[in-house]
Design a protein around this ligand. Structure first.
Ligand code: MN
Ligand code: MN
Length: 406
């Protein structure tokens, strides 16, 4: 029986009388053992928001192992203001709305066919994952080297700090993508735009700068464009042919799907960081796929906080902190999770489809520490003295890492 149907039973019970579910009654109703409450109250006769409750079953009814208070580590793009413009939209999750997320900010953006996110730059580096369609990306670096590429679903890009760039939807479906910046306070509304600078510079200065008459700039837009409709771009080769300068030495795009994933019994992991995606000097990421019933193993990250974006499926993550604290939240497509550097965590697939999510770090290299690998490679008597584990258990642990266990 699912969480929802059990909740329906509770709702029916609450209309007639206060209902208390004991562990044995819960078991009889098919409630997962981890959620059986041993006589603790599951009654809830007061006001309810059933829509929020349905997406957050672990909030009202946490595992009995959860304890204590900790900063909120779940957010969703669906709760954010959507900046809708002709040709596309953008919404962002920053430290302002999601206070734990100090190291990374995220933007979810849509560009219809031909629509352009205007030429701009910013100081935080920009890492991206293409969620749908095709995007034409362009940039010119500080040495005048140029870059243009068409990126497709599952591809990444990375623009270093201060390097100017543009994004454009290609083909009938346009594109949608996730951006991650290596600064949780970064706002997509504070980027430096080419129209803005032109508009806020006197025309005689522009004339002097470019060596042309001031009237050249009579039609520059008076307001920033940000996202605006345009014709679909021509062939990529034609765009690349418009500069005779060299191409950037380290490509700003990366094909994550071209690599052979780490495959385990429970799913797959694909890692991109500065070791294989050379340009990505400040950001590392993993695309994780967890099969139904499987789990991203108990682990932590020694070098950076983790910013998560859920792409599809349903998952439940528990985060463990010092002082014996543990807290569980449920996640689905469009949700954002955040785990502080060093905090233990695991993610279970609670649905019937594969759970797919991104782990993103402000770090040049991907790094995680596996609880199982730590135990397997430590002196056995030492570990047994702590945990009183039965003979043979530690010997059964594999010495190599299994990021997704099935
Ligand atoms: Mn940008
Ligand atoms: Mn992790």
């Amino acid at each position: 029986m699912s969480e929802i149907s059990r909740r329906d039973i509770l709702a029916v019970g609450a209309t007639s009388a206060v209902l208390t579910v004991t562990a044995s009654q819960a078991a009889a109703q098919g409630v997962p053992a981890s959620h059986a409450k041993g006589g603790q109250s599951l009654s809830n006769p007061g006001p309810q928001n059933p829509l929020i409750d349905k997406d957050n079953p672990s909030a009202f009814n946490p595992p009995t192992t959860d304890k204590g208070d900790m900063p909120n580590f779940k957010y969703s793009f669906n709760k954010e203001f959507n900046r809708q413009q002709s040709g596309g939209w953008a919404r962002q999750v920053t430290v302002k709305d999601f206070p734990i997320s100090k190291q990374v900010a995220g933007v979810n953006m849509r560009l219809e066919e031909g629509a352009i996110r205007e030429l701009h730059w910013h100081i935080p580096a920009e890492w991206a994952y293409v969620l749908s369609g095709t995007c034409r990306i362009t940039a010119v670096d500080q040495n005048g080297n140029h870059f243009a590429a068409d990126v497709h679903e599952g591809d990444l890009w990375y623009f270093p700090s201060g390097v100017p760039h543009s994004l454009q939807g290609v083909g009938p479906g346009g594109t949608e993508f996730l951006l991650a910046f290596d600064d949780g306070a970064f706002s997509e509304d504070d980027t430096l735009l080419i129209t803005d600078w032109m508009t806020h510079t006197p025309k005689d200065v522009l004339a002097k700068n470019f060596g042309v008459p001031a009237s050249t700039f009579d039609n520059v837009p008076k307001e920033e464009l940000y996202i605006f409709p345009a014709a679909s771009p021509g062939a990529l080769s034609a765009d690349l042919a418009q500069s005779r300068q060299p191409i950037v030495p380290e490509p700003f795009n990366f094909s994550l799907m071209a690599q052979t994933p780490i495959k385990t019994a429970g799913g797959t992991v694909r890692i991109a960081d500065s070791t294989n995606f050379k340009a990505s000097k400040t950001m590392a990421a993993a695309l994780v796929e967890v099969n139904p019933g499987a789990m991203r193993e108990l682990h932590w990250h020694p070098t950076a906080d983790e910013w998560q974006y859920y792409i599809s499926g349903h998952g439940r993550m528990t985060v463990f902190k010092g002082a014996g604290r543990a807290h569980t939240e449920d996640f689905t497509a469009g949700d954002v999770g955040y785990i502080n550097q060093g905090d233990g965590h695991y993610i279970e697939n609670t649905g019937s489809e594969p759970l797919r999510f991104l782990e993103i770090f402000k770090s040049p290299k991907y790094a995680d520490v596996s609880l199982a690998q730590w135990m397997a490679n430590s002196p056995k008597e030492l570990v047994r003295a702590h945990l009183h584990l039965p003979d043979g258990f530690l010997e059964s642990l594999p010495e190599s890492k299994r990021p997704v266990v099935g």
